[in-house]
Write a protein that binds this ligand. Structure first.
Ligand SMILES: [Zn+2]
Length: 397
């Protein structure tokens, strides 16, 4: 990658590339309707909106997607997306980050954009934003991906981070990561509640509890309903030179009788099929939200990371082992295989001990009840806080 030549590595500096999309101002744009139309030669995506869109469109491969970023809008439609038509298999929309709303179109074939049209208000209709797409060859699609990627990489600032110095007399920093958010709702509960809402509620409570102890400083990766890529979550942990990273999730599966918490630490070899499937599902967050994984760098740092990561993983396991009995005391069920291993991308900070906790199953009635109630959330947050205190007593007395 040509990127390497533009940056220097000092000491064991790790490189992080943070993609920043064009700065849009928050606005009062309403999107009143989103729909698809199929014509003989094209599929049309239409948004009706109260203000003129200021947009940026790009393509993503594996799977084929079109991403439309625009100013932050208020979605007036009740769902987060819809069923597809024509070459558009499905679509979804939501907040991508402050100031930027995003639409992701999942495609069932490579396509090209025939035209993009913004019609000004007329005849009682607001602004109408049309995008017409048509099936094309893999080659033409790949060209379009390359072109948009080139433009994006040109606008990516490079940040060089150092391996943290040994901490001296400062507060212990705990990064609390509420899973999913914004355009990515996560799992859906039996009652229709979104995982992203529950993870944020527990994360906030945990932050409040820990902050009351003067030994700790907490940092939330997100404090509202915003999307963050997995890489950005890891970056929050690393940028803050944090001492512990806790990613909070809730699972959902096809069987309603399965319940209980599971704590995960990083491993390339998943401990079982279920763990592997779950990691795959959670790693999909970036796919759902239309993050360009290949424009981010994963390989450059490979060897350096390997060394640091092995040491870090031992600490992650220590914390996981303390966390499980605490959760069991909170009243949430903890099963036999309560500590598992899998390749979650969000656990890949090489220098920050990290765990991912699936608090319970939203597909189970009792678990969902606990997770939805403020008292249940509080008990879970307390149990995590208890484990955090025990962990630091153990490793930094
Ligand atoms: Zn999740």
């Amino acid at each position: 990658m040509g990127l390497m030549s533009r940056v220097s590595i000092s000491r064991l500096g790790f490189l992080l590339f943070i993609a920043i999309t064009a700065p849009f101002c928050a606005s009062a744009t309403d999107v009143n309707s989103v729909r698809l139309g199929v014509h003989s030669d094209k599929t049309r995506f239409v948004m009706e909106m109260s203000e003129k869109p200021s947009y940026n469109i790009f393509f993503l491969p594996n799977p084929y997607r079109i991403v439309i970023d625009m100013q932050e809008v208020n979605w007036k439609a009740s769902t987060l997306g819809g069923k597809g038509k024509g070459v558009i298999q499905a679509y979804r929309y939501g907040l991508f980050r402050k100031g930027t709303s995003r639409v992701v179109l999942d495609l069932n074939a490579p396509v090209k954009i025939l035209r993009k049209v913004i019609l000004p208000p007329s005849g009682g209709k607001p602004y109408r934003f049309f995008i017409d797409v048509q099936k094309t060859t893999k080659k033409i699609f790949a060209e379009a991906v390359k072109n948009t990627r080139r433009k994006q990489i040109a606008s990516v600032p490079t940040i060089v981070l150092m391996v943290p110095e040994p901490k001296t007399g400062r507060k212990l920093r705990v990064v609390i990561d509420a899973g999913h958010g914004g355009i990515d709702p996560g799992a859906t509960g039996r009652s229709g509640v979104y995982e992203k809402k529950l993870t944020l509620a527990v994360a906030r409570k945990l932050s409040t509890i820990l902050s009351a102890n003067p030994r700790f400083k907490t940092i939330l990766t997100r404090s509202d309903d915003t999307f963050l890529s997995l890489r950005e979550r890891v970056n929050v942990a690393r940028r803050n030179k944090s001492d512990l990273f806790i990613s909070i999730h809730a699972d959902s599966i096809g069987r309603s009788d399965i319940r209980g918490s599971t704590v995960y630490t990083l491993s390339e070899n998943a401990s079982d099929d279920e763990a592997a499937a779950l990691a795959k599902a959670n790693n999909k967050s970036d796919v759902i939200a239309g993050v360009d994984l290949e424009a981010q760098d994963d390989t450059v740092q490979g060897i350096l990371i390997d060394l640091a990561q092995r040491e870090t993983m031992n600490f992650s396991v220590k914390f996981a082992k303390l966390l499980i009995p605490e959760i069991a005391q909170s009243g949430m069920k903890v099963g036999g295989k309560s500590h598992r291993f899998a390749g979650f991308r969000v656990l890949k900070a090489p220098d920050v001990p990290s765990v991912l906790v699936e608090l319970g199953y939203l597909s189970n009635h009792q678990d969902e009840k606990i997770l939805k109630s403020s008292s249940g959330q509080m008990k879970l947050a307390n149990s995590i806080a208890e484990a955090v205190e025990k962990y630091f007593k153990l490793i930094a007395p």
